[in-house]
Design a binder for this molecule. Structure first.
Ligand SMILES: Cc1cc2nc3c(=O)[nH]c(=O)nc-3n(C[C@H](O)[C@H](O)[C@H](O)COP(=O)(O)O)c2cc1C
Length: 458
């Protein structure tokens, strides 16, 4: 742990929870009064392969895996409060990558899952105190499993000597399940035996149901601090000294963060389903389960206007960042010509698009039909298209919010570079697309019968 930045004395913390401890949940926990928030456990080897990307659109720092998945997303708001939980067995592991983005690092010695233990990580570390001592000092440990009392106390004392900042103790044995009562007396014995802060954990099911119970749990365990897992996952307002909020309000607040930070929809669904608990089969629960995108989830919660407004804000930020940084002239690199161009629908008559103009021109020139290839980047799911015309490629350096818009932008680049009319309002009339087509009156391969939404086709 980066000592000095974060104190583990007399705090309440959101426990590390796989799939739950992502950015929107962590921010929600801070809003409701948690002092410290742990992220979900992340495997050190996977993190080492990630690239650190400053996401200027979302105003976050993302750690992006080689397959483009965002493994860890964080933001300034939580910088001094977020604990990065790592699953590791590497005694030389370096925290350099995350050091400047998080307040502390926690080594998980509790994960009983096979993928952790067979690599000597997670709970397997507990039975290898030599290794624990060798894992870099200045970490904070989250130990889940208890052994016999003397063994547990002895182990935590050894951990203390490594110079860690705190130890979170989940008062259950390896073979016990979360439904078993927590052993407060064990946590108390550990708390009495060491001088570093002990964070009591494991009380969600039977002991901590309200904010007042947090203090009771702290007292009964004699611990310095309290960490909550499930009680917080079910209703984050348990951290609030103002009393609980109805879970419906908590879900709304959560969803707003999920939309604002472009949280992966499957993760959003998972967290909402944990909050719905026994209502997961209710009509709302079924709607959430059926949804595939954050947009669809927002409809289930009546937050579609918030969703649209947020998309507009993010797009405006994306546009201004892009236009600030990109020159408006073609850059040629090999067979690719790039230009900073955006497709602005309002600049074209309803039936006309640049793609349509490019297609007509290619036909007139007896060239092959333009070929569009589109990619989507993970950090903001924006699109970029490349169009191939007469063996050369054209693309816009500006990323668009949809595949259709990205294709139109690529078409504009090609048209501008080749000096071909693109069909926007106020442009000198060209004969490329005839008047009847412009008005959408033709039934042909280009237009839907009745002159319908031709832009759908192109
Ligand atoms: C959904 C879920 C995911 C969890 N993931 C992790 C994890 O990633 N790392 C970890 O050390 N513990 C993990 N745990 C254990 C919790 O951090 C905590 O120790 C446990 O839930 C007991 O606390 P509680 O009674 O307050 O829930 C997880 C627990 C739950 C319910």
């Amino acid at each position: 742990m980066a000592a000095g930045r974060l104190s583990f004395r007399n705090i309440t913390a959101l426990a590390p929870m796989v799939r739950v401890g992502t950015l929107p949940m962590r921010l929600l926990a801070l809003d409701y009064g948690a002092d410290v928030v742990y992220c979900e456990e992340l495997i050190d080897m996977k993190m080492a392969q990630c690239q650190r990307v400053v996401n200027e659109v979302l105003q976050t720092v993302d750690f992006v895996a080689p397959d483009d998945r965002v493994m860890f997303r964080t933001c300034d708001r939580e910088k001094d409060r977020v604990v990065f939980q790592m699953v590791t067995e590497n005694t030389r592991v370096s925290s350099g990558l995350w050091e400047k983005d998080v307040a502390a690092i926690d080594v998980n010695m509790g994960c009983p899952k096979e993928y952790s233990t067979k690599g000597g990580m997670g709970a397997a570390l507990l039975s290898n105190p030599d290794k624990i001592e060798a894992v870099k000092a200045s970490f904070c440990f989250h130990a889940v499993h208890l052994f016999q009392l003397e063994e547990t106390v002895g182990l935590v004392q050894r951990i203390e000597k490594t110079g860690v900042a705190a130890v979170a103790v989940h008062g259950r044995y390896t073979e016990e399940r979360p439904r078993h009562p927590v052993h407060c007396d064990y946590i108390q014995a550990v708390a009495q035996a060491v001088s570093i802060p002990v964070i009591a954990n494991g009380g969600s099911l039977d002991l901590v149901k309200t904010h007042a119970n947090i203090e009771e749990f702290r007292k009964v365990t004699g611990a310095s601090s309290v960490m909550l897992g499930r009680a917080a996952m079910w209703n984050m307002s348990v951290f609030s000294s103002q009393g609980p909020d109805p879970v419906e309000k908590v879900m709304d607040e959560y969803l707003k963060y999920a939309i604002r930070y472009d949280n992966h929809a499957f993760n959003t669904k998972y967290c909402l389903c944990q909050m719905l608990r026994d209502k997961v089969e209710s009509p709302l629960g079924k709607q959430v389960q059926a949804a595939q995108t954050n947009a669809e989830i927002s409809v289930a919660f009546g937050l579609q206007e918030f969703y649209l407004q947020m998309q507009e804000e993010l797009q405006a930020r994306r546009d201004s960042l892009q236009s600030d940084s990109q020159p408006d002239r073609p850059i040629i690199d090999g067979d690719v010509t790039t230009m900073a161009v955006k497709f602005e629908r309002r600049k074209y008559p309803p039936q006309i698009t640049p793609k349509m103009f490019l297609l007509e021109w290619s036909r007139k020139e007896k060239l092959e039909q333009p070929l569009y290839e589109t990619v989507q980047r993970s950090q903001d799911r924006a699109f970029q298209s490349t169009v191939t015309v007469a063996g050369r490629k054209y693309r816009s350096s500006l990323w668009e919010k949809s595949k259709k818009f990205a294709e139109q932008a690529a078409a504009i680049v090609c048209l501008r570079v080749l000096g071909i009319p693109e069909g926007h309002i106020g442009e000198k009339d060209s004969s490329l697309v005839c008047k009847r087509k412009r008005e959408g009156k033709m039934n042909g391969s280009l237009f839907k019968p009745g002159g319908g939404r031709s832009t759908e086709i192109l």
